[in-house]
Design a protein around this ligand. Structure first.
Ligand code: NAD
Length: 458
């Protein structure tokens, strides 16, 4: 029986054979994966129901259906993306020609979290396979049913020297791998705290990283917003998966003149989505485990509850909740909530709202609800964030034509669609110079050639 490091070395050897490089191979591997995921649709639903109480509909939109949409997009475009990209050549080097080649990185590690345990492990896998890499997959240990079905799918599709599935305790197996083997890239999704640990281990060996982290993503509701639409579009992603979504609106900053109206609208739309008792609603999620449950319930004392607040530890249930009267230094405003509690805080001036946002800089996403083009522009410029939406929230991540990623505390790098392919490819710069033209003036001695060099080098 091989140990983990020996298995990784076998992957390196397999990668070195060049087997993963051709378009035909990459396409075949992606198709294999697609068919296996389609064939296991029911098992995936059952696993996500067991881990997070997700409905089949929610799974389709955010997990397996999301994955299949991305996969189809990549299959339709991969050939084109793999082609050498010709670029112009500067005067100094004429008559050379220049191009950018996309080459695979090698053996890459993808680390997933528990909140969208299927999508957030398998979607980066599409990019890594499309780019011709060998891949190590590390699922979260906190979504065990989904981790198990993903393992079955991977092991039915790929030999371990090409795609190796490594379940287990992250704090043990990840350092074990990263300290004894030099990956060519590490793609990590999860908390900022663990992201720092991964970044440090990667830095020791100068391994490049993509970090998809969390943070407090604000939603600003301006005085001129359509309040009912804003309430719907904030509540939908906020309470989806019981708020355990990296791009969920973390808190709302509403112009003081519309605060009462927004709260009324939230009180109206939440029961329309989840009934008077969300605990009885099949489509409403549960908190992943007791530790997270206790952390989130702790925030309920940080303000006045104007909707929800009910919770039940035995069922890991926390009702969709709206809170007001929150002190700026309350814990709920200092940490990513990652649960179904929505603080609603009022502001008078843009500066006031910006100061609150600046307490948690560089959020993964920023949302603004306004009917004014000037306000939209001002807000988009005012808040540095990974991504943004205007008059909607969170849905930017479902468009594969947009790069998805954070900045600073919310991460580094981006993926989805072509951006995934680029993330898992190296751009190799290639210049080719013909031999028939080789004038002496290109060679030393250069004395007296300054005027010519100024013209050539511009
Ligand atoms: P986490 O950091 O606990 O775990 C993520 C992964 O890291 C798991 O696979 C785990 O095994 C591993 N891990 C845990 N401790 C480790 C350690 N000490 N050393 C090495 N590896 C370790 O994250 P989580 O709680 O699963 O996910 C929630 C967080 O992820 C939230 O902050 C959320 O915002 C963020 N997130 C971000 C995105 C995004 O796309 N940017 C998506 C989902 C979640």
């Amino acid at each position: 029986m091989l140990n983990l490091t020996e298995q990784l070395q076998l992957m390196r050897q397999f990668y070195g054979t060049g087997a993963t490089r051709s378009y035909a191979f990459r396409k075949q591997q992606l198709l294999l994966l697609k068919r296996a995921v389609e064939a296991n649709e029911e098992a995936i639903y059952a696993a996500l129901e067991a881990d997070l109480h997700k409905s089949r509909e929610e799974c389709w939109v955010t997990e397996n259906g999301f994955f299949l949409t991305e996969l189809k997009d990549v299959l339709a475009n991969l050939k084109k993306w793999m082609e050498p990209e010709p670029v112009p050549t500067n005067l100094l080097n004429l008559p050379s020609s220049s191009k950018v080649l996309r080459e695979p990185l090698g053996v890459v590690l993808i680390i997933g979290p528990w909140n969208y345990p299927f999508q957030l492990l398998f979607t980066p896998l599409i990019g890594a396979l499309a780019a011709g890499n060998c891949v190590v997959l590390k699922p979260s240990e906190f979504a065990p049913a989904t981790a198990k079905i993903m393992q079955q799918i991977i092991e039915s599709c790929f030999p371990p020297e090409q795609v190796l599935y490594v379940p287990g305790d992250g704090a043990t197996v990840i350092p074990d791998m990263m300290n004894h083997f030099t990956f060519d890239h590490v793609f990590y999704t999860g908390s900022t705290a663990v992201g720092k640990i991964i970044y440090k281990m990667a830095a020791e060996k100068l391994v490049p990283v993509t970090l998809e982290l969390g943070g407090k993503s604000p939603a600003v509701v301006e005085a001129d917003a359509n309040i009912l639409v804003a309430a719907r579009r904030i509540a939908m992603p906020k309470y989806s998966n019981a708020g355990q979504m990296c791009v969920a609106p973390d808190y709302v900053l509403v112009h003081q003149s519309r605060q009462a109206e927004l709260i009324k609208a939230l009180q109206q739309v939440i029961p329309q989505f989840y009934g008077a008792d969300a605990a009885a609603e099949a489509g409403y999620g549960r908190i992943i485990n007791e530790k997270q449950f206790n952390r989130i319930v702790g925030y309920l004392k940080d303000g006045t509850i104007v909707y929800g607040g009910q919770h039940n530890a035995a069922d890991l249930y926390i009702a969709p909740t709206v809170m007001v009267d929150i002190a700026p230094d309350a814990p709920v405003m200092k940490e990513e909530i990652f649960g179904p509690i929505l603080p609603v805080i009022s502001f008078n001036t843009m500066e006031e709202a910006r100061d609150i946002i600046a307490q948690n800089p560089n959020p993964l996403a920023f949302y603004v609800f306004t009917s004014s083009a000037d306000k939209e522009k001002a807000w988009l410029e005012a808040v540095p964030a990974g991504g943004a939406c205007v008059n909607t929230a969170s849905l930017h991540l479902t468009n594969p034509n947009l790069p998805f990623g954070g900045r600073g505390f919310s991460g580094t790098g981006a993926y989805h669609g072509k951006y995934s392919f680029d993330t898992f490819s190296h751009r190799k710069a290639v210049m080719k110079t013909p031999t028939w033209f080789d004038p002496a003036l290109k060679y030393p001695p250069f004395t007296g050639k300054l005027k010519l060099l100024k013209w050539l080098v511009g």
